[in-house]
Design a protein around this ligand. Structure first.
Ligand SMILES: NC(=O)N[C@@H](CC(=O)O)C(=O)O
Ligand SMILES: [Zn+2]
Ligand SMILES: [Zn+2]
Length: 341
């Protein structure tokens, strides 16, 4: 059986930089027609020059693959002039609460400091993407942030606000309270709970932020994704860290899923008789919501077993994927169609 996906998009992707970028970019450009690339580099991508330079490095790393990076800038207080330059260069601006996750120390310390920039973004039609976590108890950080989302959605009704990588049933419910809220959900949060991360031996390659939550949260996320919720999109949040940073006492937060994302999503949606909803989840909803016209790219999957490598290595980097060593019943078909001829 062959499944064709038209212009699949990853709406939340970390490509990193340097040698790691060279290793992981082709693993995304092989599967997707484009991706929303996160700006949390060191230093963060926080001005027009940095956005343009990073885009160039990403395109070089993707080789000849048909792949459109939808760039983002790291949220800070921008002047109107800076935003006017950025709006033609970025898909959106990504807000990190200071210290909430990887490379977010330079993020927003108090939401009130962010309001002036958000008001201008609303007028300019620049989407706001948010890592929605407080600094509370680790299992409550997203739930506590929902009031902030509610206030922002009310204060800026014409601003599209994307709740990135939602992990709770409460966030799914909030999605239906405001038309200007959207959300991405990762592969891992449709599959695992905190029990998979820490219920037995601690599994560093399943640790990410926001942390995986309870079974009822996973069920709510899965139900919304399988039902084709029009404002819920796939965003892998594929977040590669070198194996020594994951298999460590202080384990970096991030799950690396880019190479298995589409085959594993096909298996999941097939398991729930929802394969017909996959196209919308990985492309249609995002295109409709944001008015995107991604490059035409047909990605073919076939029902042939894929053995997930123990690691991906190259350019002096080594990254362990989720489900390393496991068998997925779907595979990406190798086809020349995805290369620029
Ligand atoms: N999700 C993660 O656990 N980590 C991401 C950052 C982020 O998306 O929060 C990363 O860049 O490593
Ligand atoms: Zn995040
Ligand atoms: Zn992320």
């Amino acid at each position: 059986m062959i499944l064709e996906l038209h212009s699949p998009l990853d709406m939340h992707l970390h490509l990193r930089d340097g040698d790691m970028l060279k290793l992981v970019a082709p693993l995304s450009s092989a599967s997707f027609a484009g991706a929303v690339v996160m700006p949390n580099l060191v230093p963060p991508v926080a001005d027009a020059e940095a956005v343009q330079a990073y885009r160039g490095r990403i395109m070089d790393a993707c080789g000849g693959d048909v792949f459109k990076p939808y760039m983002t800038a790291f949220f800070r207080s921008y002047t109107e002039k800076e935003l006017e330059r950025l709006r033609d260069l970025v898909f959106g601006i990504k807000l990190y609460p200071a210290g909430a996750t990887t490379n977010s120390e330079g993020g927003v310390k108090a939401m009130k400091d962010a309001e002036a920039t958000m008001a201008m973004m609303q007028e300019m039609g620049i989407p706001l993407l948010v890592h929605g976590e407080t600094h509370g108890f680790v299992m409550d950080r997203e739930a506590e942030f929902l009031d902030i989302y509610r206030n922002l959605a009310e204060q800026f009704p014409r601003l599209t606000i994307c709740m990135e990588h939602i992990t709770t049933a409460a966030a799914v419910r909030l999605l239906d309270e405001f038309e200007n809220l959207a959300a991405t959900v990762t592969l891992q949060h449709l599959l695992i709970t905190l029990d998979d991360v820490a219920g037995g031996m601690l599994r560093p390659h399943l640790f990410c932020k926001p942390i995986a939550k309870r079974p009822e949260d996973r069920e709510a996320l899965l139900k919304a994704a399988l039902s084709g919720h029009p404002r819920l999109m796939f965003g892998s949040d594929s977040a590669p860290h070198p194996v020594h940073a994951k298999e460590a006492c202080g384990c970096a937060a991030g799950v690396f899923t880019a190479p298995i994302a589409l085959p594993r999503l096909a298996a999941l949606f097939e398991e729930h008789d929802a394969l017909d909803r996959l196209q919308g989840f990985v492309s249609g909803h995002a295109c409709a919501l944001y008015g995107l016209t991604p490059p035409a790219k047909t990605v073919r999957l076939e029902r042939r077993e894929m053995l997930v490598p123990d690691a991906y290595e190259g350019y002096g980097q080594k990254v362990v994927p989720m489900e390393a060593g496991c068998v997925i019943p779907w595979s990406l078909m190798q086809s020349g169609f995805t290369k620029m001829t």
